[in-house]
Ligand binder design. Structure first.
Ligand code: UDX
Length: 451
């Protein structure tokens, strides 16, 4: 098919959360470097303030009046359902204005899989629309089969808090019921409603996924067979574009601290931008880290300890334990931290970006997932890629100490580091010229030019 001239405009719609804004902005930078003009349509909630790196982009605001507290109160699933309803009409108006302003220059709307109102608006204007999955392909598969499994009662064990939770979901090896991407903050019915909307790919023009075939070949093949539209696995995008995209200010002093530590001697702890911990969990973690005798760099995000601004609610003992071998910051330059030679392990909630960033630097992980796709990622880290140790059940100091020693001191951890290193090499190869993600990205760009 003949390619049209470049610098056609693409409208991108991210979910207003750090873990979704980052891959969307990376994609935007890559498409811009390929000759496309970029419009970012974002909510005023969690607004990404563009730095000088984005001066060539147009930013527009989708009007909405969601109270700030909704994000914390509703937790992801219910918040996303409400956000989609809230933006349905306003985005249509917004896109209508853009079409008047830009004439026929707009070639496509690319939207985060959870911002499906943007797909609906694009369809109304007869614009091509592309779903961007910022989580992994296996979670996409789970969402695609969710309704069928739910209707056939296969997911009934999910309603039961103990019972069959440890059993494998038939045909979805190695996922157990407890690994299925659901959230303890929402009913199965709300999850079903969200997933039904996110995987309604029938009217979309294509799906792009921030993953690589060396990580999830069978899930990618399944999607390519089942979806009737092209599927492009184009990740990990952070290995193609490294423009900073943090909503919070990064504390770079931790790099100076890391510079003073020995190779592979530090465990980095971060739970991403949404997860919350109870005070007793923070104290048990601190105590376990202390008795493991390992050095640690710990991100404690403001608001991430329940009912507390930061660490002021913690007993004095906390600071004593941390001051011996640790360093605490509110927000770190995570990619730089993971690339630092002193970092030998990552204690993570297993958000997909953190997972990709750790694999991309060959750093094995301790997995402590909280919700939805994080549980799938943790299971893959432990059972498929074999570069992770999952910590399940109640968190106590003994559990923390054992997990940290297994990863940082034992032979087992060394073997995981070797496997993580070889996975890193495969990921580097996949984004290089001739690699599978590189080819997929080229094909996607060609596809965009022919729209
Ligand atoms: C959310 C979901 O929770 C996650 O499951 C989903 O896969 C993506 O959206 P989040 O919980 O924030 O994301 O986790 P993650 O995907 O890991 O994204 C966090 C991002 O924040 C990463 O890119 C990480 O590099 C960055 N980060 C985190 C920092 O830059 N500094 C920090 O101190 C902590």
């Amino acid at each position: 098919m003949e390619e049209k001239p470049t610098r056609r405009r693409v409208v991108l719609v991210p979910v207003p959360a750090q873990g979704h804004i980052t891959p969307m902005m990376q994609l935007a930078k890559i498409l811009h470097s390929k000759g496309f003009s970029i419009t970012i349509a974002q909510t005023k909630f969690n607004y990404f303030n563009p730095s000088d790196d984005f001066t060539d982009f147009q930013f527009v605001t989708i009007p909405e009046s969601l109270p700030e507290s909704d994000f914390d109160d509703l937790r992801p699933i219910l918040f996303l359902l409400k956000l989609n309803k809230e933006c349905q009409m306003s985005f249509k108006d917004c896109l209508g204005h853009l079409l008047v302003q830009q004439g026929n220059e707009i070639s496509c709307v690319i939207y985060d899989e959870f911002m499906y109102f943007a797909g609906d608006a694009a369809k109304e204007f007869k614009l091509p629309n592309v779903i961007f999955s910022t989580t992994n392909a296996t979670t996409f598969v789970c969402r695609s089969v969710f309704e069928k499994l739910y209707a056939n009662n296969v997911l009934a064990p999910l309603k039961d808090s103990k019972g069959q939770q440890d059993e494998l979901v038939p045909e979805y090896h190695p996922l157990r019921y407890k690994d299925f991407p659901v959230s303890c903050w929402a009913t199965l019915e709300s999850i079903l409603e969200l997933y039904r909307n996110t995987v309604d790919e029938r009217a979309a023009s294509a799906v792009i996924i921030n993953t690589a075939s060396c990580l999830e070949s069978s899930s990618i093949s399944w999607l390519k067979q089942q979806l009737e539209i092209p599927v492009y696995p184009i990740g990990p995008l952070h290995m193609v574009d490294s423009t900073p995209t943090s909503l919070l200010e990064e504390n770079k002093s931790c790099i100076e601290w890391l510079n003073k530590q020995k190779v592979n001697s530090v465990i980095y702890i971060s739970l991403g931008s949404l997860a919350l911990m109870e005070v007793n969990e923070v104290m048990e973690t601190a105590s376990g880290l202390d008795s493991s005798n390992q050095h640690f760099l710990w991100v404690i995000r403001p608001g991430s300890i329940r009912d507390s601004e930061w660490i002021e609610c913690l007993p004095e003992e906390f600071l004593k334990m941390v001051s011996r071998r640790g360093y605490v910051v509110k927000w770190a330059p995570q990619k730089e931290v993971l690339a630092h030679p002193a970092v030998g392990g990552f204690w993570s909630h297993c958000g997909w970006n953190s997972t990709l960033e750790s694999l991309g630097e060959g750093v094995p992980m301790i997995c402590r997932p909280f919700s939805t796709d994080q549980k799938v990622n943790a299971r893959y880290l432990e059972c498929v890629w074999k570069v992770g140790i999952q910590v399940e059940g109640e968190l106590d100091r003994g559990v923390v100490e054992r997990a940290v020693k297994r990863l940082m001191v034992d032979e087992e951890g060394e073997e995981m580091r070797e496997r993580a290193f070889s996975l890193k090499e495969k990921l580097i190869a996949s984004v290089r010229s001739g690699g599978s993600s590189h080819k997929s990205l080229e094909e996607f760009v060609h596809f965009l030019r022919t729209l």
